[in-house]
Design a protein. Structure first.
Length: 248
């Protein structure tokens, strides 16, 4: 059974709530499974933005995923927990698992604001691919007012595509072009009392869908997964059945 609290137990070094004035990055996702690319992105983002901690938030029932298309949430949560247990800058939250029904970002952010208090600054980390769907989110304008957003580069996609989203503050097309070309690594703009940050990271060649496919085919996943996660998957016979999964 999972603990009803939102972070790992106190015996793990990454478990306690951030102290007053902390800059906390929120990294949500299906983590089906969590892989080395997720951990690298979290570390790179924390270092680039001077965040004090990254909070991993496994989703329970994401609105854009078909019901039953993910591994059991208890397994996905546990894989994240063991993957980050040795890193004092990482923590895990079950805020979306505790809440019944679909997991909407606006509800998650509000709950975490209540949990961490006004002196913790929240940074919502999201891949460029997912952020392109931002206009279809529940109450997107309100979401932008709740916390700062950090949009992370994804292979094969360009920040220039964000210029067509009217909900976002205008940024010169030439600046987006420079970001895509790697001539600059970050664009930051005010968004009311919050910030909108576009962050260029080294491309990660790892995807969860590829990991699942390799496991089903009996191929090696060395260097794609933390060793403890690989052992957990094998022990619990995850991803070894033929099933259509679309998460990456």
């Amino acid at each position: 059974m999972m603990s009803p609290v939102s972070e790992s137990q106190p015996s793990v070094p990454n478990t306690q709530h951030p102290t007053t004035g902390t800059r906390l990055g929120l990294l949500g996702g299906s983590f089906d499974p969590v892989h080395s690319g997720h951990l690298a992105i979290a570390r790179q983002t924390r270092e680039a933005l001077g965040l004090d901690r990254i909070l991993f938030i496994p989703t329970s029932h994401p609105p854009h995923k078909p019901t039953g298309s993910l591994a059991p949430v208890q397994d996905r949560y546990e894989m994240v927990r063991i993957a980050i247990a040795s890193d004092p800058f990482f923590a895990i939250s079950d805020v979306e698992i505790r809440r019944s029904g679909k997991s909407y970002s606006i509800d998650t952010i509000r709950l975490l604001q209540q949990e961490y208090g006004a002196h913790t600054q929240l940074f919502f980390l999201i891949g460029l691919d997912a952020f392109l769907d931002f206009p279809s989110w529940r109450d997107p304008l309100t979401v932008l007012e709740l916390c700062s957003f950090v949009v992370l580069s994804r292979p094969g996609l360009s920040f220039r595509s964000l210029s067509t989203i009217s909900l976002l503050p205008p940024i010169p097309y030439s600046s987006l072009t420079d970001l895509d070309a790697g001539q600059t690594s970050r664009i930051e703009t005010p968004l009311g009392t919050q910030r909108l940050i576009y962050l260029k990271l080294p491309p990660s060649p790892i995807s969860a869908s590829d990991v699942r496919s390799r496991i089903r085919q009996g191929l090696s996943v060395a260097n794609l997964l933390p060793p403890l996660v690989e052992s957990y998957i094998l022990q619990h016979h995850l991803y070894q059945e033929e099933r259509d999964r679309t998460n990456s």
